[in-house]
Design a protein. Structure first.
Length: 365
């Protein structure tokens, strides 16, 4: 048996006729940027997340970067302000902070949930702390009551990196609507994925929405008049049309991911392999990680048995060459996760037989 980690071809084929029809309508319209398809998707995603605003942009990194930049333009952040962020996140979270002249303050996750340790978060707050970037890593909800209470008490802006967690909920609200603003990625591998790069910002803040939309369109609020020194970061009509089709099926496909993950959690039984998960959280399982001290051996073994895997993320941000100033910092939990993590297939195109084969193979290692 051969099992791909994730077949984008199979993902797309599930809705190929509707996607083709939507793409044809965009091509026939002759309008390829900032048109009706974008408005339709933004409205649909606003309704889905539950916020007042959704602003499409070029990608997930741009979404986060534009949020921080907008807060600077609004006078709510200034260069040198500190932003607390999980140490075990993908590097895009850190890049969005540093690109705006802000200081990332890295905080370890809980090993039990892989999400931000709220106790350590509280200890990391200084008189320069202005925001928390909460990352719903792997499609797991990172929010909890302690984080909400600390942000409220210290008057910290809560910004969500929702790149992995489209459709995830907390207390019956969608992630992406738990804080002041959220960045979303629609990279093709995501649970809600485009056929190329795309992203969005969601927020209830009218002023923030206006500034973000302007910044992503060269800083213009009306053509040829520029209120800000902006950039070009706009979702295109084709991607918006594709996303509007796929959004209708997101909850169903997330449920299939949950069913697969539930089976794996119940049946993976190997002392060499550990699963870190929070059974309380509403996870949408963008990534299903297992952890093994012999990670490379496990990966080769699975490859030899026809199972493709991935690594998320083998080098933590503070160990990257581009962040030399952070290289001497020590984050033992994050470093252990980077050293031992292996992502196994978990997506809605898997058959029950394939899921059972993956579990049986893991248990034989």
């Amino acid at each position: 048996m051969k099992i791909e980690y994730l077949s984008l071809k199979k993902i797309t084929e599930q809705h190929s006729e509707e996607i083709q029809e939507a793409a044809n309508q965009v091509v026939a319209s002759g309008w390829y940027l900032l048109g009706e398809a974008t408005k339709t998707f933004e409205t649909a995603y606003t309704d889905y997340i539950g916020t007042r605003h959704c602003i499409g942009c070029g990608n997930g990194l741009d979404a986060l970067t534009l949020i921080f930049r907008a807060y600077k333009e609004m006078g709510k952040l200034k260069e040198g302000d500190e932003v607390i962020v999980p140490a075990n996140t993908y590097i895009a979270s850190i890049l969005a902070i540093t690109e705006n002249g802000l200081k990332p303050v890295l905080v370890e996750p809980y090993y039990s949930s892989l999400e931000l340790d709220d106790y350590l978060m509280k200890r990391a707050i200084t008189n320069k702390t202005r925001a928390v970037l909460l990352v719903h890593l792997y499609g797991r909800c990172a929010m909890n009551e302690a984080i909400a209470e600390v942000c409220k008490r210290h008057q910290l802006m809560l910004i969500e990196d929702n790149a992995h967690a489209a459709g995830c909920t907390y207390n019956q609200r969608k992630t992406g609507h738990l804080g002041h603003a959220a960045g979303h990625s629609f990279y093709p591998t995501k649970n809600l994925g485009a056929l190329g790069d795309a992203g969005a910002v969601t927020t209830d803040d009218d002023e923030l929405a206006t500034v973000v939309r302007s910044l992503g369109n060269y800083g213009s609020e009306r053509k040829y008049f520029y209120a800000h020194k902006g950039r070009n970061s706009r979702i295109d009509e084709l991607q918006a049309a594709v996303l509007d089709v796929k959004l209708k099926y997101l909850d169903r496909e997330n449920q299939r991911r949950k069913d697969i993950a539930e089976y794996m959690i119940a049946h993976i039984d190997n002392p060499a392999i550990s699963l870190s998960f929070d059974p309380i959280a509403d996870n949408v399982h963008h990534i299903f990680p297992v952890f093994c001290d012999r990670r490379d051996d496990l990966r080769q073994y699975l490859h030899d048995n026809g199972i493709e895997t991935a690594l998320h993320y083998p080098v933590a941000p503070h160990r990257q060459r581009c962040y030399k100033s952070l290289n001497k910092l020590s984050f033992p939990v994050t470093e252990k996760l980077a050293r031992t993590e292996l992502s196994i297939p978990c997506n809605p195109t898997l058959t029950d037989n394939e899921v059972e084969y993956i579990v049986e193979t893991l248990n034989r290692f």
